[in-house]
Design a protein around this ligand. Structure first.
Ligand code: SF4
Ligand code: SF4
Length: 182
């Protein structure tokens, strides 16, 4: 495992508490979650290591990792864990705080994409790729990155000029209203 050498300067992320803490406390480090994780080879902290850090309350190391943003939320770990521990439940607890608190991370483009994606879905009821890319580029100032890929998507009809629901979708807006998502 390659260790992260950059520490988040937050101090604002709280350690798991309550039900989440009692669930992850059941971890006995068997490593089955990491063995089945499809992106484990790319991670600088493996799933079972993040669970251990969560148990120890060392959430800063998780915030500082790349793994927190590499997790696909595929839930393979939760399905394999003999104790029913779902790693994304732990990571969501941390990711939400990072996004809400605008905390600096090693991969700033990932929370920027996450926020832009959610704003786009909230606005249009489903993702509208062209405006998503525009908003993301404005936020990250990565104007010319992935240009070739974007043109290819456009050529293949994967990017539409107009959104499917220009005025949004009330059912989706209601979901956002009932959630704590801003
Ligand atoms: S599979 Fe479950 S018990 Fe085993 S290390 Fe992962 S989280 Fe812990
Ligand atoms: S949910 Fe995340 S940590 Fe769990 S197996 Fe999938 S990618 Fe790996």
């Amino acid at each position: 495992m390659e260790q992260s050498n950059m520490r988040a300067s937050s101090g604002k992320v709280t350690a798991p508490a309550g039900e989440l803490a009692s669930v992850i406390n059941g971890c006995y480090q068997c490593g089955k979650c990491s063995a089945g994780c499809p992106v484990a080879s790319e991670m600088d902290l493996l799933p079972h290591q993040m669970v251990r850090l969560g148990v120890l309350g060392d959430v800063e190391r998780i915030v500082s990792s790349q793994s927190i943003w590499l997790c696909l939320t595929c839930h393979t770990c939760g399905a394999r864990c003999p104790n029913g521990i779902d790693v994304p439940a732990l990571l969501d607890h941390i990711r939400h705080q990072v996004v809400a608190g605008k905390i600096e991370t090693q991969q700033p483009q990932v929370p920027a994409f996450h926020t832009t994606f959610m704003q786009n879905v909230r606005r249009f009821g489903r993702v509208h790729e062209l405006s998503l890319v525009g908003m993301y580029k404005m936020k990250t100032k990565t104007w010319f990155a992935d240009m070739k890929l974007g043109l290819e998507m456009f050529r293949k009809g994967k990017m539409h000029i107009m959104p499917k629901f220009p005025f949004g979708n009330n059912a989706v807006k209601e979901i956002f209203k009932k959630s704590s998502l801003k």
